[in-house]
Design a protein around this ligand. Structure first.
Ligand code: TYD
Length: 211
């Protein structure tokens, strides 16, 4: 059996993350790999229910409540989807994971990196990604992309897109700091340019057997 791979994708809003994940899934399937596409918060019925609460603009959970909801969703997701998939040799492509909590809740919302990482550890049982791709883009460009996407959709997932520019700058800085802290697994990709250009950069940082 082939070994499983756990790859996570991070970055601010509108960095083109979703497009790249779909392109990578198609590429890996063409190599004969079984790919699981998933996301956080989400990925199981309980976690998707938590997601609906988290992204509801009418609800404003307190900071720690938000974090606990994210970690509850994460634990469910790790135990029911990610670990079983890896055990079967699947490639798990996950749109956001624990690093998002470290950056959004730990750094930007001010709960603290150590506290959040402790909860991440508890929720994941210490399961770190094999590789984390951070899509890096100037927040001005990213928020513009996210806004036009929300204007096309039903606008139901827009709570965090409405944050001020300062928030988006802190998110970007946060992910860049994590890349410095965890150089063995985090790769920063320049997200400027068209989808094919960005995809070439993504392929270049993948392990040999997934290229
Ligand atoms: P989503 O619509 O998936 O945004 P994006 O397309 O930017 O990934 O919404 C997820 C939002 O939740 C996003 O704004 C980041 C936020 N989030 C956290 O604040 N902490 C977390 O741990 C996770 C997983 C997401």
């Amino acid at each position: 059996m082939q070994r499983g791979w756990f790859i996570t994708f991070e970055g601010g809003e509108g960095t083109g993350k979703t497009t790249q994940i779909l392109k990578l899934a198609a590429h890996l399937e063409s190599l004969g790999r079984t790919v699981v596409l998933t996301r956080e918060p989400g990925g199981t019925p309980v976690a998707e229910a938590a997601r609906a609460v988290l992204l509801d603009p009418a609800l404003e959970p307190m900071g720690l409540s938000e974090l606990f909801l994210l970690e509850a969703a994460r634990h469910d997701h790790v135990e029911q989807v990610i670990r079983p998939g890896l055990a079967k040799g699947e490639v798990i492509l996950c749109d956001r994971y624990a690093d998002s909590s470290t950056v959004y809740q730990g750094m930007v919302r001010g709960i603290g990196v150590e506290r959040v990482e402790e909860l991440n550890e508890l929720a994941t049982g210490g399961l770190d990604p094999d590789l984390t791709i951070v899509f890096d883009l100037d927040p001005e460009a990213g928020v513009g992309r996210a806004r036009s996407r929300n204007a096309e959709g039903d606008g139901s997932e827009s709570r965090l897109d409405d944050e001020p520019a300062e928030f988006h700058r802190s998110v970007r800085d946060g992910f860049l700091r994590l890349a410095v802290r965890y150089p063995h697994r985090v790769r920063v990709i320049d997200a400027t340019g068209g989808p094919d250009t960005v995809f070439d950069r993504l392929l270049a940082v993948l392990p040999e057997e997934l290229r």
